[in-house]
Design a protein. Sequence first.
Length: 538
Amino acid sequence: MSGAALAGDRSSDLSGGLPGDRSAGRPADRPAAQPGASSGVGGVARPSEPSGARPGDPSAGQSGSRDAGTSAGSSAGRVSHRPVAAPAPHSNQRPDPAPDHRSAPRDPDPAGAGSRAGSQSAPSGRGLSWGEARVVAGRVGRVGRGRTEWVGLDRALGYVLAEPLVALTDLPSFDTSAMDGWAVAGPGPWSIRADDGILAGHTARDPLPDGDAVRIATGARIPAEATAVVRSEHAHADEAKGLLYAQRPVSQGQDIRPRGQECRSGEHLLPVATVVTPAVLGLAAAAGYDELPVRPRPRVDVLVLGDELLTEGLPHDGLIRDALGPMIGPWVRALGAQVSAPRRLGDDAEALRQALTDSGADLIITTGGTAAGPVDHVHRVLARIGAELLVDGVAVRPGHPMLLARLSPGGPCLVGLPGNPLAAVSGLLTLAGPLLAGLAGRTPDEPYRVAVRDDVHGHPHDTRLVPVVHRAAGEPGTAGGQEHVVPLHYNGPAMLRGIAAADGLAVVEPGGVRSGTEVEILDLPWASAVPWTEGCFT
Ligand SMILES: Nc1nc2c(c(=O)[nH]1)N[C@H]1C(S)=C(S)[C@@H](COP(=O)(O)OP(=O)(O)OC[C@H]3O[C@@H](n4cnc5c(N)ncnc54)[C@H](O)[C@@H]3O)O[C@H]1N2
Ligand code: MOO
């Protein structure tokens, strides 16, 4: 199906209110949408420009500024805390450019207009390159992106801004004393006003006459006509004479934070797609927000397949513990999704079909059953329900049988993770991560490059993902004191021992990588739990 059709279906699916109606969830103090509002992302109305938003206009009030436009947010992006590699799609540089791709889509943009992968057989060999697969998954997610919702600051942590954060007030909103001391008017010495002085939170008071001084606290309003604040430690008050002397030269405006110093009402403070961190919450509160416009968290169902799986106790009689049920939910939660409890369906094709049909999620993740064994039902069930395979196998080890499908036009996506546990992790990072980033409006993590301590051999023609752990520059044992990564053992497809000790995965090309040279690294979600953003407008 075409990308345009997907976009239309998705927004109509997910839009909560009528275009132009932002009343749902709007606090009483929020200004109503203005006349002439245009429909914004996901059918949420957005007036064209904030009112009272002229930078440099201290009279600009609060009205209307919450409803500012969004255009300036396009430069949003995450900056890794480590050196970032070029964001170009990764290529695995296979020596053989024409493997048998009978069923794998060659167009890395199936979400784009007119492209279609069609329903295909199981992976015929290598599938898409690892880089192409991530690009496809990200695009599919962005096409399915949902509406805007407003959530209270107490719940907004970790969401992604659906609109730029626009100041609803000047900051500071009045001329403020930066120090405890004296507000003075004109040159000293000054006559001390016989009152209790001005504390933070006090309302405006009469102008300060020239030649007068009044006690003032940090954060208190500067009285009109005051020209400076003299810190208490730099002032001498002669109580007998009722005069205040400055012990240092006093400059015009010293220790006064002028209204609008940090921002003017209507200024863009943060771009769209910024992840809401604790600091963003603080800034939003200071700037007048009670709620934030965010992308809803993508809803994810997890279906665990396999008759051999136990949910407790020790393995016995050929049965093994389900290692993926406990892992997938928290993992995708760390990627910003809301996840239902895993459902264990055994190797029952009909139960799988029913679960797929019944799901109300944006994304269904299955584990196991992707290969061609007698009870590997995923491809068969997808074919039966007419799902569209968008990625059918990826040239990556472990995890090459992973797949991505759309269950119905405009419907939910399915990421099929291979059953081998490290192969499932590979599928999470290759397909689920970029897809969820797209759905949530986040910029997906990009690999960056770090030197590797040891040689890592490559696969003959596929990309390898190898668990690594970082050693910071200067840490004991670091070669030459430089930051590097150490490849971990126990990295076989069925093993979790390596990944459980890792903080990243090395992306190893077919040629392998030599000790001391750089390799691309993809962080594990908890290694970069607070993705920083760039593109601050201030
Ligand atoms: N003839 C071929 N066989 C296989 C191929 C192939 O290309 N041709 N690929 C292999 C690779 S690579 C992988 S990876 C697996 C993928 O298999 P499935 O996705 O069908 O997964 P299962 O067969 O259901 O399970 C594989 C393996 O993983 C264990 N498993 C499954 N689920 C869990 C779980 N929740 N917790 C722990 N362990 C789990 C399962 O018991 C199997 O040992 O196919 C290869 N075969
Ligand atoms: O994809 Mo499989 O994990 O190579 O074992």
